[in-house]
Design a binder for this molecule. Structure first.
Ligand code: NAP
Length: 232
């Protein structure tokens, strides 16, 4: 469903009445939190809801992006022969960025440098997590990064880059939360430059597996979901 922000409250009310379950995406994840009757401790800590369902008439919000990102990032790092990083740069300060902050807060000794255009949103996110440092200057925010994560929608159009490729440190892995047919230009360019990279498709499937479990109480077939995600 394509929902304008002004219609979110009425849409959510109708979904609750219909006993619906689902996922929410950009730009609704933080606004949805306030519209739920109950939220999980994780969604509350993150400040964003990406999955919801109705339990005994109450709309319950949860967050499967955190574990979805964690699983996909670990797979990327393992594939690239890298250990869990102690220095991560995160672009963006919305709902998805909050999930990345929550996941990396569980990585031993990890410092997260947050670079976002909206200073207020960035500060609010940093206040929630002790391992976040703010840096609005992109070149200095990227300096020393072992993993760079794009949690802005930049690149959804297929051409725009969230950072100039040459600013990403040579050995850094890159995780683009954006997914689109044929990957993003950022992912393609960084892979060509020798960086371990992934787009948002693995995270999309991983968070959907967890959402499916919440809705139906059973573990879905990942292969079927992978084939669907790849349009096969
Ligand atoms: P959101 O809550 O609207 O946050 C978007 C963030 O990006 C905000 O900090 C926003 O800044 C910033 N931003 C937007 N346009 C920008 C631009 N042109 N330049 C710099 N910063 C910009 O959205 P979200 O839910 O976090 O989603 C962000 C992206 O992640 C989307 O593309 C979404 O599809 C993707 N995502 C993927 C997965 C997955 O499973 N792969 C999961 C979650 C999200 P302002 O506050 O100033 O607008």
């Amino acid at each position: 469903m394509d929902v304008a922000p002004r219609d979110l409250a009425s849409t959510v009310a109708a979904l609750r009445d219909a006993h619906a379950a689902g996922n929410a995406t950009i730009p609704h994840k933080t606004a949805l939190l306030a519209l739920c009757d109950r939220v999980s401790p994780l969604a509350s800590a993150v400040g964003a809801v990406n999955t919801f369902y109705v339990d005994d008439g109450a709309l319950v919000g949860d967050n499967t992006d955190v574990a979805g990102f964690d699983a996909a990032a670990r797979a990327l790092l393992e594939r690239g022969g890298r250990a869990l990083p102690t220095r991560v740069t995160l672009l963006g300060a919305g709902g998805a960025a909050a999930a990345v902050a929550a996941a990396t807060s569980g990585w031993a000794g990890c410092e997260l440098v947050l670079c976002a255009r909206n200073a207020e949103r960035a500060s609010a996110l940093a206040r929630r997590f002790g391992h976040v440092r703010l840096d609005r200057d992109l070149p200095s925010a990227l300096e020393g990064a072992e993993l760079v994560v794009n949690a802005t929608p930049v690149g959804m159009d297929g051409t725009e880059l969230p950072t100039p490729v040459e600013l990403v440190p040579p050995r850094a892995a890159a995780f683009d939360l954006v997914y689109r047919p044929g990957e993003t230009a950022w992912v393609r360019a960084l892979r060509d430059g020798g960086h371990p990279t992934c787009d948002g498709l693995t995270m999309l499937v991983e968070q959907a597996v967890l959402a499916f479990e919440l809705w139906f109480g059973i573990t879905p077939d990942r292969d079927v979901m992978w084939r669907a995600a790849h349009g096969r």
